[in-house]
Design a protein around this ligand. Sequence first.
Ligand SMILES: CC(C)(COP(=O)(O)OP(=O)(O)OC[C@H]1O[C@@H](n2cnc3c(N)ncnc32)[C@H](O)[C@@H]1OP(=O)(O)O)[C@@H](O)C(=O)NCCC(=O)NCCS
Length: 201
Amino acid sequence: MPIACSSCDNTTGEKPSGDARPHRVTKRRECAGGGHSGDDPAMQIRAARADDVDACVAVLAELPDYFTASTHDEVRRELPVNPAWVAQDDDGVVVGFILAPRRFAHAAEITFAAVMPHRHRQGIGRELVAQSLAALASDGVAVVVVKTLDASANYEPYAATRAFWERCGFVQIDRIDPLPGWQPGNPSAIYVRAIRSSDDP
Ligand SMILES: CC(C)(COP(=O)(O)OP(=O)(O)OC[C@H]1O[C@@H](n2cnc3c(N)ncnc32)[C@H](O)[C@@H]1OP(=O)(O)O)[C@@H](O)C(=O)NCCC(=O)NCCS
């Protein structure tokens, strides 16, 4: 039952853009706001461009337990027109990305987050989250939501996914089954993180 973020029902998915300037992953820091970042000094986080679409789809294709082919089309459609960020290695290869469309004036949703399997647990996802949330906060976003597969689904691959979001400071606030747009039998876990006050100037 591949799933992933909003696209997690493996039948749908979504998009990025934004003003994230390139950042080198040079030291450990936490997801958005704190702690530890990537471990690879050559890794760069930058705003996605329209010509990153094929590379981002290639990342999804490496993760069939999480992303079905239908999500590839969604990324092709949504990435060029929404805030998104990529992690690029020293050879210029995109090894991960985040897509985070604005939902309301002060809210955004991470609809895709993915890192090439051979680069997992190297701090790349955490750094992508840190940089994307910083850029969203600068752009007035106060709350970010992520929807993933709930623990009650008993689908092992998503235990790591939920651990990742929790490590990044997201808090589960609801379980919805069925979530509109998701296939039946995929209970969704709704995670949120506040990244600034909605009345900050
Ligand atoms: C989720 C994903 C983006 C995380 O990217 P990553 O670069 O591997 O994550 P990081 O190395 O930055 O991990 C940050 C922290 O998350 C937690 N975490 C990540 N993977 C984990 C795993 N397999 N098991 C337990 N905790 C995990 C850990 O606390 C980790 O910190 P640590 O390595 O210091 O212990 C990546 O694993 C992925 O692409 N997964 C498949 C697709 C997916 O689930 N996308 C999200 C859909 S909602």
